[in-house]
Design a protein around this ligand. Structure first.
Ligand SMILES: [Zn+2]
Ligand SMILES: [Zn+2]
Length: 402
């Protein structure tokens, strides 16, 4: 990927969260700015992976003189447009520890990474070619480790189940799902439609389903309800089923109850409508759930529902103020994700739905048995063709089975 040259006063938006001006040399001179495309791409990935509220670049491009003035050699990665010193902020508005940032940067594949300060608030990242440099500038300029997880004693993210996701509808326009995948999004909940008329299928549902699947992003769906009686909710469920038919969903199907007219009918009726909708979908073999606001969970939903169905709660805040357990938290409606123009809803999943859904054979998946019946037995030492998903990459090739 290219390293580009920009004029000193350029203000081009390079990606959803980074502008040329943030990389400008801090010497104050009016000289050009060099910025690597790969650096910006990886910074976006870092932003998504850490669920940042912002990343401040304290030093991007440096001319040779400035690099020397701040203690560099005058020929380092900053002078090539390959590096950025960053402070990454979490959703709580506080800097994320550089120990966590270094580990995330390592996962993303930055080739130069270092903690900068003893307070562990600033992290240098770069996309140098050649050998890696994993440093800790509080300990000098040499490489300190080949694995930051071991070096800092931090836990791998995969140790705890948390997936980053989005939910989308026709209002998000046409989405570039490959870019969304590259931005680190691990699941998407798609609006299938609304109300109780089949023509009210979401206009982008088919596109979104096909695009997300092709990009390898697990999906769920939601149905926006206008029902005011349980009978109407049942009719909505029938229409929803028609639209889901023939597709596979790794995540539950959610009944979206938030319309004012609906909520005005009160707690008992709202709860009855949820049960009515969910019962129809469950009978058809779906894992169902409820999408609602955190406040409605306490004011409009009877207790049995909160444990009976998957709960997807919305609260646009740095913290979910709910003592019960939820499967998914929608924490923002103002997300910026590569591949989607405008704001998008952001979610975190705490339950490994894909594994459970497939295991149970729900949502269009065939039930998995201990010994998959579709596998043909291979003789020892036979060459077989395999297709294995390793991380984001699909390995296709032949293996000699021994
Ligand atoms: Zn300069
Ligand atoms: Zn640096």
């Amino acid at each position: 990927m290219a390293v580009r040259t920009y004029k000193f006063n350029d203000t081009t938006q390079l990606s959803p969260h980074f502008n040329v001006k943030e990389f400008k040399c801090k010497c104050g001179g009016s000289h050009d700015i060099l910025i690597s495309d790969e650096l910006v791409d990886k910074l976006e990935n870092l932003y998504a992976k850490l669920n940042c509220s912002k990343i401040i670049i304290t030093s991007g491009y440096r001319c040779s003189n400035h690099d020397k003035n701040v203690g560099g050699s005058g020929t380092g990665q900053h002078t090539k447009g390959n590096a950025a010193d960053t402070c990454c902020y979490g959703q709580d508005g506080k800097p994320i520890s550089s120990k966590i940032v270094c580990c995330a940067a390592q996962d993303i594949g930055f080739s130069g990474i270092a903690n900068i300060t003893t307070a562990y608030q600033y992290t240098h990242v770069d996309v140098r070619s050649g050998s890696k440099w994993y440093g800790d500038e509080t300990k000098g300029n040499s490489s300190v480790t080949s694995d930051f997880y071991t070096y800092f004693g931090t836990k791998k993210e995969s140790d705890s189940m948390e997936m980053k996701g989005i939910d989308v509808s026709v209002h998000n326009g046409v989405i570039d799902w490959n870019k969304v995948k590259a931005a680190g999004i691990q699941f998407a909940i798609l609006r299938a439609g609304y109300g109780r008329v089949a023509s009210q299928k979401d206009k982008q549902f088919e596109n979104n389903y096909a695009g997300a699947k092709a990009a390898g992003i697990p999906v769920g769906a939601y149905w926006y309800s206008y029902a005011v009686t349980p009978d109407e909710a049942r009719l909505e469920a029938q229409v929803c089923l028609e639209i889901l038919k023939g597709k596979q969903f790794e995540f539950p199907i959610f009944f979206d109850q938030e319309e004012k007219k609906t909520l005005d009918t009160g707690k008992a009726n709202c709860s009855a409508m949820i049960r009515a909708f969910c019962e129809v979908l469950e009978k058809a073999g779906y894992w169902v759930g409820l999408y609602t606001s955190r406040s409605c969970l306490s004011t409009h939903i009877e207790d049995d529902i909160k444990t009976r169905y998957a709960i997807w709660a919305a609260e646009w805040a740095s913290k979910l103020n709910y003592s019960g357990s939820v499967g998914i938290w929608q924490y923002s409606s103002k997300g910026k994700i590569n591949g989607i123009s405008g704001d998008v809803d952001l979610d975190t999943a705490y339950v490994d739905y894909p594994t459970s859904v497939k295991k149970a054979g729900l949502n269009g998946f065939a039930k998995q048995t201990a010994e998959p019946t579709t596998t043909t037995k291979t003789e020892p030492n036979k060459t077989v063709t395999v297709s294995v998903q390793i991380g984001d990459e699909i390995y296709k090739g032949t293996l000699t089975k021994s």
